[in-house]
Design a protein around this ligand. Structure first.
Ligand code: HPA
Ligand SMILES: [Zn+2]
Length: 336
C-alpha cells in the first residue's frame, strides 16, 4: 500500500466528528455574505484581509478573531446556512455523524434568541439526514470565561426544548477557568438528561483534565493532549475508557504543540487511550476532518490504525446502539 492510496482512501472511511464548533466553520466568504445580508460590519475590509489574519500565536489570539466574526450570525437562516454548509462539506471527508458545539451564550449576548439558533441548526441537521443519511446532534458549549450566571441563563433558555440537545460542553479561554467552577452547571445539565464533555488539557494543565473527569463527570475530554504529561492520568483515562477528541491541525495552528512530530497523539494511542480525530474550527485551522486524518499519515499511522480511530469515534459518539453498529460495519468494510 502506498501513501498515495492511503490518502485517497481516507475520505471514504466513515467517521464521526465529535469536536466541532459550528461557529468555527464560518468560512470568510460566508462571513462577508452574512455581514452584507444582515447589514453588519466586520473588522476587516475583505475576504483576503480576514484570511490573512489567520495567523495565531495561541488560543486567545484565535478566540479574539473567532468572537469578532460571530456578530454576522443573526437569524435562523444564518444558523441553518452555516450548519448546512458544514454538514455538506464534511460529508465529502467521510463524516457520517457529527456532534456540533454551539456557543449559545455569545449569541444570547448578541441579542439573538436561543430558538433562532436551535431552529436553524436542527433544520440543517434534519436536511442532512434526509439528503445524505448523516446523523448528529447539538452540544451546548459553556463559554468558560463568561460569568457562570450566563451559563445558567443559557441552560434556562434551552430547557423547554432540551430534547434538541445531546450534551453540554465547556470551551473558550482555558487557563484560569478550571472545570471546578462549573460543577453546578454540569450537575444541572446532567439532571436534564444531557451528556457531558469538556475542553481540558488543551493549554491548561493535566489537573484540569482530572477535574473535568472527577468533578464534572465528563464522558469525553475535548483535546486532553496535556494528559500525556501525567502517567497516572493516562492510566485513569485508559481504565475508565474516557475518549479524547484530538484536533491535530488546531493544536498546530494554536501552537499547543511546536510541530507535528511533537504531537502526543501517537503516545496517547500507544498507551491505549481511546483517541478520536476531529477538526475543531476547520474554517480557521486549515482543514476539515479529512485533512486532520491525512496529516497523521506523516506520523506513520497505518490503514488498520485509521480504521480503529474511526471506530473509536463512532463508539465515543452519543448516537444509539443501532446506528453505531451500522457505522462500525461500514468501517469494517472499508479498504484502501
Ligand atoms: O479549540 C478551542 N478551544 C477552546 N475554545 C474554543 N472555541 C472554539 N474553539 C476552541
Ligand atoms: Zn474546541
Amino acid at each position: 500500500m502506498t501513501t498515495g492510496s492511503l490518502l485517497a482512501a481516507l475520505p471514504r472511511l466513515p467517521k464521526a466528528e465529535l469536536h466541532l464548533h459550528v461557529e468555527g466553520t464560518l468560512e470568510p466568504e460566508l462571513a462577508f455574505a452574512l455581514a452584507e445580508r444582515n447589514g453588519v460590519a466586520l473588522p476587516y475590509p475583505d475576504v483576503a484581509a480576514l484570511r490573512a489574519a489567520y495567523d495565531f500565536a495561541d488560543l486567545q489570539s484565535f478566540l479574539d478573531l473567532y468572537y469578532a466574526c460571530m456578530p454576522v450570525l443573526r437569524t435562523t437562516e444564518d444558523f441553518h446556512d452555516l450548519t448546512a454548509a458544514y454538514l455538506e462539506r464534511s460529508h465529502r471527508d467521510g463524516v457520517v455523524h457529527a456532534e456540533l458545539f454551539v456557543d449559545l451564550q455569545v449569541h444570547l449576548a448578541n441579542g439573538i434568541g436561543a430558538d433562532d439558533v436551535l431552529d436553524g441548526m436542527t433544520r440543517a441537521l434534519a436536511g442532512a439526514r434526509a439528503a445524505r443519511g448523516t446523523t448528529g446532534g447539538i452540544i451546548l458549549s459553556i463559554v468558560r470565561d463568561s460569568p457562570v450566571a450566563t451559563a445558567h441563563a443559557a441552560l434556562d433558555a434551552v430547557a423547554h426544548r432540551i430534547h434538541d440537545l445531546v450534551g453540554i460542553g465547556l470551551d473558550s479561554a482555558e487557563v484560569g477557568y478550571p472545570p471546578s467552577l462549573f460543577v453546578e452547571v454540569f450537575d444541572r445539565a446532567a439532571a436534564l438528561g444531557l451528556h457531558r464533555v469538556a475542553h481540558a488539557g488543551e493549554e491548561g494543565p493535566p489537573a484540569y483534565v482530572v477535574e473535568a473527569v472527577e468533578l464534572l463527570g465528563v464522558e469525553r475530554v475535548d483535546h486532553g493532549i496535556r494528559a500525556v504529561e501525567d502517567d497516572a492520568l493516562v492510566a485513569l483515562l485508559v481504565e475508565r475508557g474516557i475518549p479524547l477528541t484530538v484536533c491535530p491541525l488546531s493544536n498546530l495552528r494554536l501552537r499547543a504543540v511546536p510541530d507535528l512530530a511533537a504531537h502526543p497523539i501517537r503516545a496517547l494511542v500507544d498507551a491505549g487511550v481511546a483517541v478520536t480525530v476531529n477538526s475543531d474550527d476547520p474554517a480557521y485551522f486549515g482543514g476539515y476532518a479529512g485533512a486532520n486524518y491525512a496529516v497523521l499519515v506523516e506520523l506513520g499511522f497505518t490503514a488498520p490504525e485509521f480504521a480503529r480511530l474511526a471506530a473509536t469515534s463512532v463508539r465515543a459518539s452519543f448516537t444509539d446502539d443501532a446506528r453505531k453498529a451500522e457505522l462500525l460495519a461500514q468501517i469494517d468494510a472499508w479498504s484502501v
